[in-house]
Design a protein around this ligand. Structure first.
Ligand SMILES: *Cc1c(COP(=O)(O)O)cnc(C)c1O
Length: 447
């Protein structure tokens, strides 16, 4: 059996490697982001075919922990975790929805929506959190004094952290921007027994406070472990989204993958997974990546407009796409690489565009969150500009379940959302219990 290994290394290329079981979030030399580096030589000993076969054979198995979409690719993700320390809800392996009807309406026959929200806590944040919490469990088993895990969140990260920490019996501390997450997202960590702190600030403000509370290494505060995507352990699990999409097409690479972005961890992760596949010869090209932002919180779009010559941050304005309401994204440098190396594009959309795209998708049988609406609206624009061509295969990553955003859905169909014309509003009809009136109403509706 080949031994596989992984460690932290500075993303900018400073010398030195660090154990993934060390409490460390940023490079001790330059303060930049770390990334998990795999022993590519050992991984290359397996042929491309043997990797494909191994991963295909594990889908849906009950053999712990390989039935998980993340842990089914354990050798590529976090090989040095003992199976007993894996904290998994069998996340991943989410369905790829052929959006046939929506595709017909917009003139794109090969449109697919990767339903990452069909997961334990209802968003794709489960994918990264299973890895991070498993590493923490192993650290605690080995005597590293981690008392709790903590994160700042726009809602979905905290829901995922709280669930996985509760399953592992590890205390969780959650920092939420007060009044800026959906009711479902607020009640999830409360139900899972996390310590929920609602701060009178925005996400970027929460991030600043948590950075002060969770220090690297030997400081007295280092016993509270940071679970934000600044912690590159998260990226390892999140990178399975791209790998899984390719696997679901029998290892064929699509033309485009479109993903809504905020803190920029996930698009970086998708690129990292695809790049690993290419390095191992499992695929021979990369899809083009599209990062979709809300115009109300569009620092990455503004940076893209200046050719990434200058990193822009903004004060994020209120957007329906609250999980991506972020003005100073942490994984900026990694995401720039993801866009540049894939001939990628950054697009932004107005509130009414995301709400309309979401409603249009719902009318064809989906139930989309506003972030998925953001990605769909970006696609509509790129199609209109003929950047995306009608014969191409396009994957839109649906990042959360629509059921987590009920106030958005109600607001749309009641016509009460700010800056949104509810052209597809479909309110209920209130009638007396009279068969005649009911019959007439149905006739009128179906006419
Ligand atoms: C976290 C999140 C995103 C964006 O991911 P980043 O890594 O922050 O860019 C998009 N959609 C939803 C629903 C999310 O929870």
């Amino acid at each position: 059996m080949t031994e596989y290994n992984a460690h932290f290394r500075c993303f900018r290329g400073c010398a030195g490697t660090y154990s993934i079981f060390e409490v460390l979030y940023t490079c001790p030399q330059c303060g930049g982001l770390l990334e998990v580096e795999h022993d590519i030589g050992a991984l290359r000993e397996g042929s491309a075919d043997s990797w494909r076969r191994l991963f295909d054979n594990r889908v849906g198995t009950t053999e712990w922990p390989y039935g998980s979409g993340v842990w089914g690719k354990k050798e590529w993700i976090m090989p040095t975790i003992a199976d007993d320390n894996v904290v998994s809800m069998y996340e991943g392996n989410t369905n790829l929805f052929w959006a046939e009807r929506l595709g017909q309406q917009i003139g794109l026959s090969d449109l697919w929506v990767k339903l990452c929200g069909n997961s334990h806590t209802g968003s794709f944040k489960d994918l990264g959190m299973t890895v991070l919490v498993s590493v923490v469990k192993q650290m605690r088993e080995e005597g590293v004094p981690v008392r709790a895990v903590a994160c700042a969140s726009t809602g979905d990260t905290s829901a995922a952290l709280a669930a996985y920490a509760a399953a592992a019996g590890i205390p969780a501390v959650i920092f939420l921007p007060e009044g800026k997450v959906s009711p479902a997202q607020l009640i999830q960590p409360i139900s899972n027994g996390a310590h929920v702190l609602a701060l009178d600030t925005d996400f970027d403000g929460c991030m600043r406070v948590i950075r002060e509370i969770t220090h690297d290494g030997d400081s007295p505060d280092s016993s509270i472990y940071l679970a934000n995507s600044m912690n590159s352990l998260r990226i390892e699990g999140q990178k399975t989204v791209g790998i899984e999409i390719v696997q679901q097409f029998d290892w064929e690479v699509p033309d485009w993958i479109i993903v809504p972005v905020g803190n920029l961890g996930n698009i970086s992760a998708i690129y990292k997974g695809l790049k690993l596949m290419k390095d191992l010869g499992v695929v021979d090209r990369l899809p083009r990546l599209v990062a979709a932002q809300a115009a109300k919180a569009n620092p990455f779009y503004l940076s893209y407009l200046n050719g990434f010559s200058q990193r822009v941050s903004v004060e994020a304005q209120t957007t329906l796409a609250s999980a991506i309401q972020i003005g100073d994204p942490v994984s900026y440098e990694k995401a720039v690489q993801a866009i540049q190396e894939t001939e990628g594009i950054v697009e932004h959309v107005e509130e009414h565009e995301m709400a309309a795209a979401s409603a249009m998708a719902d009318a064809t049988g989906m139930y989309t969150c506003p972030h998925t609406g953001t990605a769909l609206a970006a696609l509509f624009k790129l199609l209109q500009r003929e950047v995306v061509q009608s014969h191409e295969r396009v994957i839109v990553v649906s990042t959360a379940h629509g059921l987590k955003f009920t106030p958005f859905k109600i607001g749309y169909h009641e016509g009460t959302l700010t800056e949104v014309e509810s052209d597809l509003a479909n309110p209920p009809v209130y009638l007396p219990p009279d068969a005649g009136i009911v019959r007439d109403t149905i006739q009128r509706k179906l006419a």
